[in-house]
Design a protein around this ligand. Structure first.
Ligand SMILES: [Cu+2]
Length: 214
């Protein structure tokens, strides 16, 4: 005897399959990882008329040793950052004042501020200084001793939990990476220490999210 499956049953079965392969489940608005596979957090999205400025999901919970991958699916070149500021004295914006005591030595004006000038070649081959903070553009880590390390675009960083500052740099949708110096299109962090790690986007400071590591 042949059993005929109705289209409705097929639809229900497909929905069940989709549900089982989803790696997140929601509880009290926190998205939990159902497996130890890397978790994707969407940064921004939308288009040039209505770009989205948020992280989706905003708050996630993962396991020790698990990785989070941030990507930017916007259809125009709208940049975002994933920036962890653990020591508030390292916080500074895209545009930051710097004083120059001689031709080479730049000193951040706010005490302890995490500033560095951007140098671009001008038409004579000399450097022109722009008062933008390179450490908001470029992937940067400041460790517990204050040592600054620049990472490559699309960096995969392992967070020890002792850092003062960890920044993805500006990351853009695929194909738009060349619009800003130091930009990539993804940022990955592996979390090795339990705790709650809050972050923001420097370009849109109201974009915030958190990673809770258990
Ligand atoms: Cu943003």
């Amino acid at each position: 005897m042949m059993i005929k499956t109705s289209p409705i049953i097929i639809t229900i079965l497909s929905l069940l399959t989709i549900t089982t392969i989803t790696t997140l489940y929601l509880h009290n608005s926190i998205a939990y990882a159902a497996t130890d596979a890397p978790l994707n957090v969407v940064s921004g999205g939308g288009n040039g008329i209505a770009p989205l400025t948020g992280f989706f999901p905003k708050d996630i919970q993962i396991n020790v040793g698990q990785s989070v991958i941030w990507t930017n699916p916007t259809t125009v070149g709208e940049p975002h950052t994933v920036t962890f500021v653990f020591d508030n004295s390292t916080r500074s914006g895209v545009v930051s004042p710097l004083s120059v005591s001689n031709t080479t030595k730049f000193t951040p004006l706010p005490p302890g501020s995490n500033n560095a000038p951007i140098l671009l070649p001008d038409k004579n081959g000399s450097n022109t200084i722009i008062a933008l903070n390179a450490r908001t553009f470029n992937p940067t880590v400041i460790d517990s001793s204050g040592n600054v390390k620049s990472l490559s675009p699309n960096a995969h960083y392992t967070m020890t939990g002792t850092e003062k500052y960890v920044n993805s740099g500006w990351f853009l949708p695929k194909g738009y990476e060349q619009e800003f110096p130091g930009s990539g299109n993804t940022f990955t962090v592996t979390f090795e220490k339990p705790g709650t790690y809050k972050y923001l986007c420097i370009v849109h400071p109201w974009m915030t999210g958190s990673v809770t590591v258990k």
